[in-house]
Design a protein around this ligand. Structure first.
Ligand code: ZN
Length: 744
């Protein structure tokens, strides 16, 4: 997550005003009841796994697992809602580039069952996880719960916000937005339903390789502060490895793929207003289109998940940061520019614009994963394990050496948090690498949010505290205290669910610590340990102790203080040890996280729609041309209603591109709004009028022929005293796509 200073304004200058209005709009209803989609009936609850851990002996025909895969749309209303990631209040959704999906993988060894979900969402928040677990409990009893379900976000910064219960996130993104939460909960649950209902005997194969030219460390200054002898053990300052699990049925036919690669899903930048699954979602899209031939996006049985990993300091903007105004490199230590400061410094590339950059990075990740998938022949065998604990992360004592201990702190954000990153810069005069604070902002902070206590100030040193969020509890706590630590093992593959964004080196240390514990009892031989990032609860960043000292954005956002990583190494190490010793069932559960019933919502209801005089919703305002060639862009604009009036838009589409089939005299849909080639823009005008513009970027593969574009929506109008929502539909003129001609 990157933060721009616009949000700092929201927090700093309007805390009092906002909180008063918060009280005014206080949602006094009980916590929202998750709306459950219709899904398959639950099966008989699985009996709890018994003791007795052994690794299956290697043999020519190991016992197969039972495997299910599922994918479901989790796209919310793509209009007027804040987008989650850059925390830029100006970045409100206004259409769809690609849809967002949740992808679920369920594996059963006959004794235990594990669920891994990767969803196109900025991160999994504690609230989102708790609502999903509640919904799963209603349907499946104890079969799926906090112990065996991992939820991980891809970290797209172009999904919707509104799914948090802690004040910092709510105040910066218009509170708890039920219409944004429901599609996420229902989409994730539906993906689990689908995986559950398709379970069948199958096999898993693993493969790993390296992918170059697709990631760049955005805080190399911090990385360099790690010990030289540690750095010398690695080729570079980002992890290049791609780990792939290939799922097949017993005939060897592929049913799904799950992979991990560490890169921020921020190829789409802070100027984007279209809902998009960004680079990782595009990799899923390409793999699924490849394996589900002839299907529209989001359809077909093959499910390809591209999960986030230790991407904390890893940018996809591979041309590196430059000053927007001069084109020259930014200041190395502070990532700021001589004129314009931090906001002028931003990462670029590899494409000429954000769409091309998303395409290139997504395509690179997909190509490598596909290669690893096609060559994966190392079978994953052995029992499953899952270990989970809740931990009060503000109160962990860590051993530094034989004589010294350290401890974690109440959450706090440093000054450099407000500087943002080169993937989404800040504003005003904040810069990264600030270890001294700023009396001006400290004064504003003290008068509005309160002075941090001496204890917290000391605990976070050398971080100069901008927000002592652990000491801010009005109207609700600003940050979580209780977090999840969780590990799933599938044979000798361990999936470590990290509740935030670990930097490259932090992730390496964690993988090593988990590996060491797993191997300690001899039960695991050379396990593959992967980090699933942005899992279960969002706690910002986790740097190494050494990186923390530099206080760039990632260090300033390591909210539990300098010993955060050490505490995680200890806690995850404990889980790994329990798995290795088969004593998971005796692990203490830990303190249960809160589920706040009174959340606030600052999102005004959508206004009614008006069509211009003498026109109706769906009428064409700007018509298509009669003829296009491949590579050109078709554009058509309709009189539109607000997409927020379309309600639950999952598994629907706002647009279709259709080709005329003259053999059957029918129109066949070739693209919908989930397609990479289409862009659905919603443009809000004055006087409650709005337009929808549909673009079709005609691919080189498009057959010549006759086409038309349709737009579907809903308008809300007042009929008497009552607002009434009505569906409408619009259609372009028929146009022709002619073969491209090249003259030499
Ligand atoms: Zn991030």
């Amino acid at each position: 997550m990157e933060l721009t200073l616009a949000v700092l304004f929201v927090i700093m200058t309007s805390v009092c005003v906002a909180l008063i209005s918060v009280m005014a709009v206080w949602n006094t209803q009980a916590g929202p009841e998750p709306i459950l989609p219709t899904g398959p009936d639950s099966t008989t609850p699985h009996t709890s796994p018994g003791p007795g851990f052994t690794t299956l002996p290697p043999g020519p025909d190991p016992t197969p697992y039972r495997i299910g895969v599922g994918r479901a749309d989790c796209t919310g209303p793509p209009a007027e809602l804040p987008m989650m990631g850059y925390a830029n209040p100006q970045q409100m959704a206004a259409g769809i580039h690609t849809r967002l999906f949740s992808r679920a993988f369920i594996i059963d060894d006959g004794k235990r069952r594990v669920v891994f979900v990767t969803a196109d969402v900025g991160m999994i928040s504690q609230r989102l996880r708790l609502e999903v677990l509640r919904a799963l409990k209603v349907k499946y009893g104890s079969l799926y719960g906090q112990n065996n379900v991992v939820l991980s976000g891809t970290h797209t910064h172009s999904g919707l916000a509104g799914f948090f219960q802690y004040t910092l996130f709510m105040i910066s993104t218009k509170g708890y937005i039920k219409t944004a939460m429901e599609p996420l909960v229902n989409g994730i649950v539906k993906s689990v339903d689908l995986a559950h209902s398709t379970m069948k005997p199958g096999r898993i194969y693993r493969s790993r390789g390296e992918l170059d030219d697709s990631s760049l460390n955005r805080s190399p200054q911090s990385y360099l502060n790690n010990p030289a002898q540690e750095r010398d053990r690695y080729k570079g300052n980002t992890d290049k490895q791609v780990v792939v699990l290939k799922f097949t049925d017993l005939d060897g036919d592929g049913i799904g793929m799950l992979s991990w690669f560490a890169v921020h899903a921020v190829s789409m930048n802070t100027t984007n207003r279209l809902v998009s699954s960004d680079n990782m979602g595009y990799a899923s899209y390409l793999m699924e289109q490849d394996k589900n031939p002839g299907q529209l996006p989001g359809q077909g049985g093959f499910v390809a998940g591209f999960s986030s990993s230790n991407l904390g300091d890893v940018s996809p903007n591979t041309k590196g940061p430059r000053c927007f105004n001069t084109g020259l490199p930014c200041d190395y230590l502070n990532s700021s520019c001589p004129i314009g400061g931090t906001k002028m410094c931003g990462g670029f590339g590899p494409g000429k614009d954000m769409f091309e950059s998303t395409r290139i990075i997504g395509h690179n990740v997909y190509t490598k994963a596909k290669e690893l998938y096609s060559t994966a022949d190392e079978e994953v065998t052995g029992f499953l394990h899952s270990a989970h604990q809740w931990v009060n992360m503000t109160d962990v004592t860590v051993k530094i050496n034989d004589t010294h201990t350290g401890r974690t702190c109440k959450p706090a954000l440093g000054h450099s948090f407000a500087a943002g990153t080169t993937d989404g810069g800040g504003d005003l005069n904040f810069t990264q690498g600030n270890v001294v604070g700023d009396p001006f902002w400290d004064g504003i902070r003290d008068s509005i949010a309160g002075k941090p206590s001496n204890e917290t100030t000391e605990c976070h040193s050398p971080k100069p505290i901008l927000f002592s969020t652990g000491e801010m509890n009005f109207p609700l706590p600003w940050h979580p205290q209780i977090i999840d630590v969780q590990i799933l093992t599938i044979g000798s593959v361990a999936v470590v669910a990290v509740p935030g964004e670990m930097t490259t080196m932090a992730g390496r240390r964690l993988r090593e610590a988990v590996k060491q514990e797993l191997q300690s009892e001899g039960a695991f031989r050379n396990p593959d340990v992967v980090i699933a990032g942005l899992s279960n609860v969002y706690t910002h960043y986790i740097t190494t102790y050494e990186e923390y000292q530099v206080q760039r954005y990632e260090g300033a956002s390591t909210i539990y203080g300098p010993h955060t990583l050490s505490a995680y190494l200890q806690k995850f190490g404990g889980l790994a040890k329990a798995i290795a010793q088969d004593t998971v069932s005796s692990l203490p559960t830990g303190p249960e996280p809160p589920f706040f019933n009174k959340l606030f919502n600052l999102m005004p209801a959508a206004a009614i729609d008006r069509a211009p005089t003498n026109s109706s919703f769906g009428d064409v305002l700007e018509q298509v041309y009669p003829v296009y060639r491949q590579g050109e862009v078709v554009s058509v604009t309709f009189v539109a209603g607000n997409p927020r009036h379309s309600g639950d838009i999952r598994d629907k589409t706002f647009i279709t591109v259709e080709i005329y089939d003259n053999r059957t005299n029918t129109w066949d849909v070739v693209h919908n709004d989930a397609s990479w080639e289409t862009r659905f823009h919603w443009l809000k005008g004055s006087n409650s009028q709005s337009n929808s513009t549909v673009e079709w970027h005609i691919p080189a593969s498009a057959p010549s022929g006759f086409y038309r574009i349709k737009h579907f929506g809903h308008s809300k109008q007042r009929k008497g005293l009552k607002p009434v929502i009505t569906a409408y539909e619009g259609q372009s003129d028929v146009f022709r796509v002619a073969a491209s001609f090249y003259y030499q």
